[in-house]
Write a protein that binds this ligand. Structure first.
Ligand code: SF4
Ligand code: SF4
Length: 233
């Protein structure tokens, strides 16, 4: 049985980018982001097949039973809030090289930053450069990430896979919504309440309002453009 490893807690930007690049190498073994009330921290967990190299500078081994008592973060389909505006998302160089050539070309045209990390220079490609900071891969009409839709979950940037708003969670088959949090000296306390399907759906609708508004405005703009181009008789 494979061991579970979680990313150590974040530090400074250069270290975090280094840790993210190491995590990107294990992307296909990502099993979820959890909140542990016992440790008062998020656990970004991977379960690589035995024999896989795991960089222990950035990962620590974790008992799997700890994940079972933790809340697993969930991103319900249809929200899109993290992608539709002020996304701030980025891709790492090793992720870009795995994409088809036409997408690599698209990314080469994006703003880039070279960061000196403890593991060497890492180039990051900013993709939240659409209108209002929308991710260039987000389709607001279909409300989905086109990278994932066309090339699978592994094509998504590691930052998008591991980061959550922490509003929605599941534990032992039950759904939970976050009701608040408190920063303490030794971590962050997050409070969750078990909810039924209707309350869960209502929360998704609330979170998706921004996406809905942007998608509507886009449809209106397109219609106006079409009408302006139609010949007048
Ligand atoms: S705000 Fe939460 S539910 Fe919405 S897209 Fe982001 S992570 Fe997913
Ligand atoms: S790559 Fe996908 S998941 Fe990440 S911000 Fe863009 S649309 Fe959202």
């Amino acid at each position: 049985m494979g061991k579970v490893y979680v990313l150590r807690e974040p530090r400074k930007k250069d270290w975090n980018i280094y840790a993210l690049r190491e995590a990107a190498r294990l992307k296909k073994w990502f099993i979820g982001t959890y909140y542990s009330p016992r440790l008062k921290r998020l656990l970004i967990a991977f379960k690589p097949t035995p024999g896989t190299h795991v960089n222990r500078l950035v990962f620590e081994e974790m008992n799997e039973s700890l994940l079972r008592e933790s809340y697993q973060m969930v991103c319900p389909p249809g929200c899109g809030r993290c992608c539709v505006a002020k996304s701030g998302a980025f891709m790492l160089d090793i992720e870009v090289t795995k994409l088809p050539p036409e997408l690599q070309l698209k990314l080469e045209a994006q703003p880039k930053e070279r960061i000196l990390t403890p593991g060497g220079v890492v180039t990051i490609y900013y993709i939240g450069t659409g209108p209002g900071g929308r991710c260039i891969f987000y389709n607001a009409q279909q409300r989905r990430c086109m990278l994932e839709a066309q090339y699978g979950k592994e094509a998504k940037p590691i930052i998008c896979l591991i980061e959550y708003c922490t509003v929605f969670a599941e534990r032992n088959g039950k759904k939970y919504l976050k009701t608040g949090y408190k920063v303490t000296d030794n971590g962050v306390l997050m409070f969750y309440r078990s909810v039924g399907g209707d309350e869960w759906k209502a929360a998704i609708r609330r979170m998706a309002r921004l996406t809905e508004r942007i998608a509507k405005a886009e449809r209106r703009r397109r219609k106006e453009q079409q009408e302006a181009q139609e010949p007048r008789i």
